[in-house]
Write a protein that binds this ligand. Structure first.
Ligand code: OAD
Length: 245
């Protein structure tokens, strides 16, 4: 498929679909709705400006779901791939910590949409802590100790810019040599930067997603199956191929 894995450069891009089998709802589609509200409308600066309490309630609930969830076989397969590949980077759009809890070192991953367990000021550079935030509905939203504005989740919302240092890490990986395999798992791939990174230099582009996406037409191979089933199989095949078995 790609030859010797130990000398291959592998880029993995994941989205909400990889955590679906851990019980974390994806964003789009009926499953993602929360109290009849569309998450793609809640994850916006406008929603926070209009009703910060509601937005925080949704994030508090997502934090709880994530804490209670466990990494699934797809997260574990990503770790195996990272250990076996010559050079490896994971770019995840997920703000959960399931890749990290599966054992993937932080230096091998970029959380391009931030980290749900971080909290920051909605106006200045102030950083907060998880326990500052309302986990129950009655509690007030924490305010920034520096400027007094409301604290918000440390994630990237629709219409916001990505962190330049995160973009730099992806660009540095792409600039360091051609990518032998780009593996895109569980994302609708609606953002231009995701399609761009996936297609830019990949020798081989494999997509794992039960549904077709805008990326499908660029894929060398599309595996229409759940990540928890398809990814361990694929990684196993790549490892066997790499060892000449
Ligand atoms: P979406 O919720 O848009 O898409 C989830 C994708 O996973 C869909 O394409 C599903 O077909 C697929 N899927 C579902 N179950 C799966 C499974 N078991 N195995 C593999 N694939 C499965 O999530 P993302 O594409 O990650 O951004 O969405 C991207 C971004 O939109 C999120 O990071 C977030 C969201 O709004 C921001 O908050 C900026």
């Amino acid at each position: 498929m790609i030859g010797d894995l130990a000398h291959a450069r592998v880029l993995v891009i994941t989205g909400a679909g990889i955590s679906a089998e851990s019980g974390i709802p994806t964003f789009r589609g009926q499953d993602g709705y929360w109290r009849n509200l569309d998450p793609t409308k809640l994850a916006t600066p406008e929603a926070f400006a209009e009703n910060p309490k509601l937005v925080w309630e949704w994030y508090a609930e997502r934090r709880r779901w994530i804490r209670e969830a466990q990494p699934n076989p797809a997260h574990t397969a990503v770790v195996t791939l990272a250990e076996r590949a010559g050079d490896f980077l994971l770019v995840t759009q997920n703000v959960d910590d399931l890749h990290a809890r599966a054992g993937l070192p932080r230096k091998k991953m970029v959380q391009i949409h931030g980290d749900i367990f971080e909290t920051r000021c909605s106006q200045c550079d102030g950083i907060g802590h998880d326990h500052d935030q309302p986990d129950e509905r009655e509690r007030e939203i924490a305010v920034c100790k520096t400027c007094g504005a409301l604290m918000r989740p440390g994630v990237v919302w629709f219409g916001e810019q990505l962190e330049p240092r995160n973009i730099d890490r992806v660009e540095e990986f792409l600039a360091a040599g051609s990518v032998d395999l780009a593996l895109v798992v569980g994302t609708t791939a609606l953002f231009g930067y995701i399609t761009d990174w996936a297609t830019r230099s990949a020798g081989k582009l494999i997509e794992i997603n039960p549904e077709a996406t805008p990326l499908s037409r660029f894929a060398t191979e599309s595996i229409r199956a759940p990540a928890g089933v398809a990814l361990p199989r694929l990684v196993d095949a790549l490892c066997r191929e790499g060892s000449g078995a």
